[in-house]
Design a protein around this ligand. Structure first.
Ligand code: AKG
Length: 221
């Protein structure tokens, strides 16, 4: 239904009111926060992806993740049959991951500050690409060396329903609607909350096409 898709993404729909919504004791959704950065961010992202293209990774349990992944920064997150971990080397290219572009770093630092976290210096940016149908199961981010720094997550492209759970897998998650340019920051007492993404619905975003890209910044080392 191409007509319907186009209607959903008129320019009006992109004019989201900026706002800060608290979704946990130390967790915020910053509506539209990344919109002013997008023009600078996309060329930087393209360069990163030319160096370390998206690939689908396999979990230790042998499942191929539906989201395709890449990374930039000193450390990149990877998974294979031997486990989840951060590495300094891209296992595909056997070269260091691309450097974290300054624009991306600045966006992450400013968003963290906006959510009340000073001194955020990300050394890892995981880049997830979701095509319609792709999802991310509920999980905790636990491969980082310490949990004092927040997680900063930037959404681009197709809308998503972000699941923001509690500290146990069985806690009923909040369903948070995320649009192009929204940023979620969680840290402090919320740092280890379970989170995930429901399957992405079919659609075409005017700037990003038929995909959702999520950038997740962390202090991993
Ligand atoms: O795509 C998202 O919004 C969340 C990504 C995520 O959960 C992760 O990378 O750990």
């Amino acid at each position: 239904m191409p007509g319907l898709t186009a209607d959903l993404f008129t320019d009006d729909a992109l004019q989201q009111p900026p706002g800060k919504k608290r979704v946990g004791e130390q967790s915020y959704v910053l509506k539209g926060y990344a919109l002013p950065w997008v023009e600078r961010l996309l060329p930087a992202l393209r360069q990163v992806l030319a160096q370390s293209p998206f690939r689908q990774m396999v979990t230790p349990g042998g499942f191929t993740m539906s989201a395709a992944l890449s990374s930039c920064g000193a450390l990149g997150w990877t998974t294979d049959r031997t486990g989840y971990r951060y590495t300094a080397i891209d296992p595909n290219s056997q070269q260091p991951w691309p450097a974290l572009p300054e624009t991306l770093r600045q966006l992450a630092v400013m968003a963290a500050l906006e959510a009340g976290f000073d001194d955020f210096e990300p050394d890892a940016c995981l880049i997830n690409r979701y095509v319609p149908g792709a999802k991310m199961s509920l999980h905790q981010d636990k491969n980082e060396q310490c949990y004092t720094a927040p997680v900063v997550s930037v959404s681009l492209g197709l809308p998503a329903v972000f699941l923001f759970g509690g500290h146990t897998r069985s806690d009923k998650p909040q369903k948070i609607s995320l649009l192009h340019g929204d940023v979620v920051v969680w840290g402090g007492v919320d740092r280890l909350r379970f989170h995930g993404v429901l399957p992405i619905k079919e659609g075409v975003h005017p700037q990003m096409g038929s995909q959702r890209i999520n950038l997740t910044f962390r202090m991993a080392g």
